[in-house]
Design a protein around this ligand. Sequence first.
Ligand SMILES: [Zn+2]
Length: 422
Amino acid sequence: MRTPTDKWIASRLGIAEEDLSAERLAAYQMERLRETVRYAAEHSPFYAEKLKGVDADSLRTAEDIRRLYVTSERDLAGNENRFLCVPPGSVDRIFTVPTTGTHGNRKRIYFTGRDLAPSVEFYYHAFLTFIRPGDRLLVMMGGSAEGSVGDTIDRSLSPIGVTTRVFGQVTDLETAWKAVLESAPDVIVGIPYQIAALAAWSRSHGLPRGVRCVLLSADDVPDAIRERISRLWGAEVYSHYGLTETGLAGGVDCCAHRGYHLRSCDMYAEILDPDEDGFGELAVTPFGREAMPLIRYRTGDIARISTERCPCGGVLPRLETIRGRLSNSCVISGQRVFLSGIEEAVYTDDAAVDLECAAGADSLDLTVRTLPGEKIDKEALRARLSGAVLPAGTRLSVEEETVRGFLPERSPKKRMRLREES
Ligand SMILES: [Zn+2]
């Protein structure tokens, strides 16, 4: 089935779905980029300075866009008011999120009601990929406060008779598992490592029946986690990619599972300084933001954009699987190692429910958490890590720790740390 987001994007472009093409989208995006750049330069003190001398009307090609200022989290944290384009009274939602770097601990992202409305629309169309009218949906993340992920999903899907229950994050596995059994959901939305832990828990507490699909969001999605959930629960696993900066919603994969179909009518995505394989840091420019426009905002995610036609029939560029997050990577033995690679190796073992790691200059200390009575196969894990993930000669220590049904809460953005070397 062709991704339903194509139909929606075509309608936003004012054309029929069969007329949708990468070229039509590019022309539309360029128009929105000109408008976004013009607005930012006129209304935000930060961009008035950074875009000085830029003639928005002259922006015609991707090459022209590549000459514009690249915005980073460092520009934003602690400096949010210089980005603000509306009087503070017009701001409807402020999201405060942890930063990944050492520059300021938090950043605030401002939205007007109009800024967030397209996210609600996107969720609706993206969820049509796997949701059916009348489904029961269990959201195991966020909260139910107005404007949160749970609330946004609920408002998007209630018109087609979908019942949404917002449980929140999975920290206590037993309570979370009870919620799954009681709610008997058709679809679960959750955070990858938490749902992976829940799947591990379900092995000894009764497998669920009837979970048709799982949507994983808010973190890297290792293939090993997808595979575990689909094997143990018989559910089809989808992934969502989004950032607070993109208004939460960003892209969702389709039934072909070959990368994220992006919310391309609301944002421009590009890869900064791609390597020979096309991988580089993803930057996004959301369109038409009233409160806080962001131009070429660095996401910290290393990814690649594919322009090949998707097996589902989708014709627009897709964001391929994210290789990893820069903030969740370290240089070990002279080579960049991504946490996502380590997770891939760890979660292949069904007993693993969580992990923690600290990197040294030529070493990695890994702690793998398991449930009571469970053991990982340490030798097999070492072999997976040494073979493909860690550079030759890396000293590797693997410890096991038992969790008694409680998962530590953590920020997805900064989980791999550098060990203090004495
Ligand atoms: Zn597709």
